[in-house]
Write a protein that binds this ligand. Structure first.
Ligand SMILES: NC(=O)c1ccc[n+]([C@@H]2O[C@H](COP(=O)([O-])OP(=O)(O)OC[C@H]3O[C@@H](n4cnc5c(N)ncnc54)[C@H](OP(=O)(O)O)[C@@H]3O)[C@@H](O)[C@H]2O)c1
Length: 287
C-alpha cells in the first residue's frame, strides 16, 4: 500500500542498523522521477541526486530534508531518538514524489556512522550531498563543566560530522562529485561564556569545513552555514529569547526555512565556493 513502510533490520559486526524505506515511490508505475528528470523541469535542480541529512526527523533538519526533496533529491533521513518524527518526515518526502529513507544512527559512534553509509550505498549506490545538521546544545558554567559534558558535545557536534564527512567523501571521491554542508552556529563565531563547550565544538566545525574543503578539492565542495537564533530550545523561550531578538540587527529570530534556503543555494549553485562559512543570523555576527 502506498505510504507503507518496509522495515529492514540489519545486524552488522559493530552496530545495528535500522533502515526504514518508504515504498510509495517504488510502487508508482509512472514514477514522478520520470517527470522531474525531464530537461525542461529545471525547477528540480537536485533531480536524480541523493542527499543525507543528519538529525532530520525534526526542527531545522526536517525542514532542510523537505526542501531538498522538493528540489528533486531522494533523501536519507538520519535520526537517533526521534523515530516517529523521522518516519513522518519520510512519508512527507515520499508524498513529494521522491524517495525517502530513514536510517537510525548515533553519529557520535563511528561504527554506526559507517554502517549508515554502507546502508546508503546499498540502497542508492550513490551520494551527492551530505548535510551535517545533527547537534546538541546545553548550557554549563565553566566551573561546572565535566569531562562527560565535553565528550558528549564534541562527540555529537564535531566528531560526528567528521566521521559522516569521511564516509560520505569516500563515496563522493569515487563519483568525482559531491557536496558537504556543515551546520555550525553563530556560537562558533562568537564567545558565549555559558556555552564554551558548544562554542568550541562549533568553531571546530568551521575549521573542519576549511580543512575538508582543501583535502577534498577539486571534486567535493565543503561549506558551512552558521545559524543565528532560529528555533529556541523549549526551556529557553521567554525573556532570554526576547533579549536575543533585541540584540539582533534585523530584530527577529530566523526561520528554519532561512537555513534551508542557504543549504539549497550551496547544494544547487555556488560552483566556485568551497571552505566558506555563511552566517544566517539577522546580522548578529556583525562585529
Ligand atoms: N535552533 C537554532 O536556533 C540553532 C542556532 C544555531 C545553530 N543551530 C544548529 O543547527 C542544527 C539543528 O538545530 P536544531 O535546533 O534543529 O537542533 P535540535 O532541536 O537540538 O535537534 C537536534 C537534532 O540532532 C539530532 N541528534 C542529536 N544527537 C544526535 C546523535 N547522537 N546522532 C544523530 N542525531 C542526533 C536529533 O535527532 P534525534 O531527535 O533523532 O535524536 C535532532 O534531530 C544543530 O547543529 C544546531 O547546533 C541551531
Amino acid at each position: 500500500m502506498i505510504g507503507d513502510v518496509l522495515n529492514q533490520v540489519k545486524e552488522t559486526k559493530s552496530a545495528s542498523l535500522e533502515i526504514e524505506v518508504g515504498t510509495a515511490f517504488s510502487l508508482c508505475t509512472t514514477s514522478p522521477r520520470h517527470v522531474i528528470n525531464h530537461p525542461m523541469m529545471n525547477g528540480f535542480p537536485l533531480a536524480g541526486q541523493v542527499a543525507l541529512v543528519t538529525g532530520a526527523g525534526r526542527r531545522i533538519g526536517r525542514v532542510i530534508a523537505l526542501a531538498l526533496a522538493r528540489a528533486g533529491a531522494d533523501v536519507v533521513v538520519n535520526y537517533n531518538r526521534s523515530r516517529a518524527e523521522a518516519l513522518k518526515t519520510v512519508r512527507e518526502i515520499n508524498a513529494l514524489g521522491v524517495r525517502g529513507v530513514a536510517i537510525r544512527a548515533d553519529i557520535s559512534k563511528p561504527a554506526q556512522v559507517r554502517a549508515m553509509f554502507r546502508g546508503v550505498e546499498k540502497q542508492f549506490r550513490r551520494l551527492d550531498l551530505l548535510v551535517n545538521n545533527a547537534g546538541i546544545f546545553f548550557p554549563a558554567k565553566w566551573d561546572k563543566l565535566t569531562e562527560e559534558d565535553w565528550d558528549r558535545i564534541l562527540g555529537v557536534n564535531l566528531k560526528g560530522p567528521f566521521f559522516c564527512a569521511q564516509a560520505a567523501a569516500r563515496i563522493m571521491q569515487r563519483q568525482k562529485r559531491g557536496r558537504i554542508i556543515n551546520i555550525s552556529s553563530l556560537g562558533g563565531l562568537e564567545a558565549w561564556p555559558s556555552y564554551m563547550h558548544y562554542c568550541a565544538s562549533k568553531a571546530g566545525v568551521i575549521m573542519l569545513t576549511r580543512c575538508l574543503a582543501k583535502a577534498l578539492a577539486p571534486h567535493v565542495l565543503v561549506n558551512s552555514v552558521a545559524p543565528g537564533s532560529i528555533l529556541f530550545p523549549d526551556e529557553r523561550s521567554g525573556p532570554w529569547s526576547e533579549n536575543v531578538i533585541r540584540t539582533t540587527p534585523l530584530r527577529k529570530a530566523g526561520r528554519p526555512e532561512d537555513i534551508a534556503e542557504m543549504v539549497l543555494y550551496l547544494a544547487t549553485r555556488a560552483d566556485f565556493i568551497t571552505g566558506q562559512v555563511f552566517a544566517v543570523d539577522g546580522g548578529k555576527s556583525i562585529p
